[in-house]
Design a protein around this ligand. Structure first.
Ligand code: HGY
Ligand code: MN
Ligand code: MN
Length: 416
């Protein structure tokens, strides 16, 4: 099929769905908060499942709560698309949601135009992609591809003490379909870039070549609570100070390394967290990422050495545990090239680029040829209620997704 024969998606209908879904868990500033497996996540799930049913898709829910709607046409393994509909606490309207709703819009457009691709088309939303409530992130797709036994995943306890398995049951998404799930023929995810690269390079479409490595650690610092007024500075064992020093050290490390190196201390809990008490304990999270695995390991090594040093100099006890650790992922070059060449039939503003954020596609890359399409985030802002991508860019990305999915469906097997 050539580009002139591919139908255009109904952009207004897609934008209405995006706004309808964003109204669930809506927060000030125009964003939404639907932490994984909360009631708001459940309500979002119910809405998208209803839309899947309206399209006549076969809807399955698996043991970790991943939901996949399949349009059973053609033969052979599905071409799959999708993303996530859980959000961070200060989420925007588009992160994850776009990829799921664009997939449904593609199917509806094809159905309305009487076009039946040669393979089934599946659209999935995967549990707990964000990892904010339960670590690791991309949990549902990780279990789907066999990267983590479901029993282990169900026993994960979140930042609020809730257990994944109990929450899935409570919201009624403890499905029966086993994991690992079926391996699709191929997987393509449409997602907002969530960074500034497309905008800064005046590009509109990213043909995503891979995802950078992710290292998440929880650091616990035990000191001695004491009186803020009476305790001389040289007698303190102060986890509050150590937590702050860790954040400063990591900023320095990332600046020294440069390139793609990023480090974030996103969460610090002090105990007892009172104005006149030197904290007894600090628990903080450390997110370290790089596109290069060797540099990422070097950063982790340097950080571990720093923790030993500061535990001695501040006379505190420091312990760490990994919450997530994913090596960088390369997407399938043939799929990336297909995205690039299809995109160029729509616009010349196409660039190959890695993803700074984690995505479900990086898990599917373990079992089938996978890649992603990026559309710009205005001012590179995401994980923020003001996250914004224009309706034009969303329509362009979705039209490209439609064509890529159809051409993948017409493709025999891929070289892995
Ligand atoms: O953390 C991430 O990169 C993604 O938003 N889960
Ligand atoms: Mn996302
Ligand atoms: Mn996100």
């Amino acid at each position: 099929m050539t580009v002139s024969t591919y139908p255009r998606i109904n952009a207004d209908r897609l934008m209405r769905k995006i706004m309808d879904l964003a109204s669930i868990g809506a927060i000030e500033g125009g964003g939404c908060a639907r932490l994984a497996l909360t009631d708001d996540d459940a309500a979002g799930r119910d809405l998208v499942v209803a839309w899947m049913n309206e399209l006549g898709l076969t809807v399955t829910t698996d043991v970790i709560g991943n939901v996949i709607g399949t349009w059973h046409i053609g033969t052979g393994a599905s071409v799959m698309t999708g993303s996530h509909i859980d959000t961070v606490r200060t989420g925007g309207k588009y992160d994850g949601n776009l990829g799921v709703l664009a997939g449904l819009e593609v199917i509806q457009t094809l159905q309305e135009n009487g076009i039946e691709p040669e393979r089934p088309i599946s659209v999935g939303f995967f549990t707990n992609e964000e990892g904010s409530r339960f670590a690791p992130d991309m949990l549902g797709s990780l279990v789907y591809v066999g990267g983590l036994p479901v029993e282990e995943a169900l026993d994960i306890v979140g930042i609020d003490g809730a257990r994944v398995g109990d929450e899935l049951e409570r919201i009624g998404y403890n499905g029966a379909t086993p994991c690992p799930g079926f391996a699709p023929h191929s997987f393509v995810e449409l997602h907002i870039e969530q960074g500034p690269v497309l905008e800064q390079t005046n590009m509109i479409i990213g043909a995503v070549t891979g995802v950078q490595g992710i290292s998440w650690q929880e650091v616990t610092v035990l000191g001695q609570s004491n009186h803020a007024g009476t305790t001389p500075m040289n007698m303190r064992k102060d986890p509050g100070y150590v937590a702050a020093a860790i954040a400063v050290f990591l900023r320095g490390l990332a600046t020294r390394y440069g390139g793609h190196q990023v480090c974030t201390v996103g969460k610090i809990d002090l105990f007892p967290n009172l104005i006149n008490v030197i904290p007894a304990k600090a628990v903080l999270t450390v997110d370290i990422r790089n596109t290069d695995e060797q540099i990422l390991r070097q950063a982790e090594k340097e950080f571990a050495e720093y923790l030993i040093e500061i535990s001695h100099s501040e006379d505190v006890v420091v312990s760490t545990r990994y919450l997530a650790r994913f090596e960088p992922v390369e997407f399938n070059a043939d799929v990336v090239d297909l995205i690039s060449s299809v995109a160029k039939t729509h616009t010349q503003s196409v660039v190959h680029m890695p993803s700074g954020a984690g995505h479900d596609a990086q898990m599917f890359a373990r079992v089938c040829p996978s890649a992603m399409i990026f559309v710009p985030s205005v001012e590179g802002v995401s994980h923020n209620p003001s996250e914004f991508t224009s309706a034009e860019d969303i329509a362009l990305g979705t039209n490209i997704l439609l064509q890529v999915l159809c051409e993948l469906a017409a493709t025999k097997e891929f070289s892995q």
